[in-house]
Design a protein around this ligand. Structure first.
Ligand SMILES: *Cc1c(COP(=O)(O)O)cnc(C)c1O
Length: 387
């Protein structure tokens, strides 16, 4: 059996994989088992922040692997402490809980909100409100948080205590708050899986003001939008928000599993000994990788992310067969005249790996994709969309 057949036989069938086996890569170019090269416009879904097998990232990882690859959280390790310090100094948040994935980072945010609200406002204050069309993860609790019914159907009953309101509709939130005690509102600044849809800035401001007035926590899910992806270190910074809790993962460690839940002053001491934990969370190799990644997401890099974003909006915005371009930074959705599945397949044929989200083409290139490679990928996308 070739690898595709072995995989299809033995790996649980939860992914509809493309018929391509990726064996290696460098930066924004990856290579399949037949030696065909592709420009990677997906970065493993916003994970490989500086591309594949990046030299600086590799050095940070291998150096730490040569020292100690894992210790339990019963002992101190330097990468974990340094990363928490870095995250707090760069955001003004006060403490960090480390886990291994986006769903877990959100689970922690939800646990913090539940405990804070119960202690402050009583045991009946537990409802977490999220937006329709949101995506917050695949565990039973983060599925309950996810505002898309089709993910829920097969897995009832989900964790209770979640409600969803339409994005942009302040009246719906006010009405819900009048009927139900709300512990927290959780938002994505740009809905990623939901089709790369940014929140209306005026709505985001109004929502933030409302929750503040009503002692409701604001949780921002920066799993996909975070770590430079939006053109700011975290997307909430583009909206002028002051979240109580920020969760992130995907691009944080540049390709190793790591989730982080950032706690503001208000909630920094909500979790005490034994309230939460994770065997792998804060793993020294993942944290060393993340220290390296975060130290490179400086003003220059963010400026170049915004410039490349402008280039994509300009180039695709006027292209034949393109109906709309949405998103922020290097998180881009493209509504095409052709069905998105056809566009993705034709791009792959021509050597460009793209993603989709709902009915949109989704582009999440590495933050440091060279401009000439980006231009080459855009030329192929335009050719495909207009053909
Ligand atoms: C991907 C994603 C998640 C889930 O992250 P996992 O690492 O797959 O658990 C949660 N929220 C958002 C916004 C995401 O994009």
């Amino acid at each position: 059996m070739n690898i595709r057949e072995v995989d299809n036989t033995y790996v649980a069938g939860t992914y509809k994989r493309f018929p391509v086996e990726i064996v290696r890569g460098k930066g924004s170019v990856v290579e399949d088992a037949q030696g065909k090269q592709y420009i990677d416009m997906g970065s493993g879904i916003a994970v490989t922040s500086f591309g594949v097998a990046d030299d600086v990232w590799q050095q940070a990882v291998t150096e730490q692997i040569g020292k100690v690859q894992h210790m339990s959280n019963l002992y101190y390790t330097e990468p974990c402490a340094r990363l928490a310090q870095m995250l707090c100094e760069k955001t003004g948040m006060k403490k960090v809980f480390f886990s291994n994935s986006g769903a877990e980072a959100n689970e922690c945010a939800i646990k913090v909100a539940r405990k804070y609200a119960a202690e402050k406002n009583g045991a009946d204050c537990f409802t977490i409100v999220t937006l329709e069309n949101s995506f917050h993860g695949r565990t039973l609790t983060t599925l309950a948080a996810t505002g898309q019914a089709h993910y829920h159907e097969l897995f009832q009953p989900l964790t209770p205590g979640f409600a969803h309101v339409p994005a942009g509709d302040m009246d719906a939130l006010r009405k819900l708050a009048a009927e139900t005690k709300i512990a927290a509102v959780m938002i994505e600044c740009v809905q990623g899986e939901g089709g790369v849809v940014p929140l209306d800035p005026a709505y985001a401001k109004a929502l933030a003001a409302f929750v503040k007035e009503n002692d409701i926590l604001l949780l921002v899910d920066e799993v996909q939008t975070g770590n430079g992806r939006s053109g700011a270190l975290y997307a909430y910074m583009n909206f002028g928000l002051e979240p109580d809790v920020v969760s992130t993962a995907k691009g944080l460690a540049g390709g190793l599993p790591l989730g982080a839940t950032l706690l503001s002053e208000k909630v920094q001491n909500v979790l005490g000994y034994g309230d939460h934990g994770s065997t792998f969370g804060g793993n020294p190799v993942s944290c060393a990788a993340a220290c390296s990644i975060l130290s490179r997401i400086d003003d220059n890099l963010l400026q170049s992310v915004r410039e490349k974003s402008d280039l994509i909006f300009r180039t695709l915005g006027s292209a034949k067969g393109v109906q709309a371009v949405t998103g922020m930074g290097l998180m881009i959705g493209v509504k095409t005249e052709k069905p998105v599945g056809e566009v993705v397949a034709a791009c792959m044929e021509k050597g460009v790996l793209c993603l989709s989200a709902k009915d949109k083409l989704r582009l999440l290139p590495a933050l440091n994709i060279p401009t000439d490679l980006l231009q080459k990928a855009l030329d192929i996308i335009i050719e495909v969309c207009g053909a």
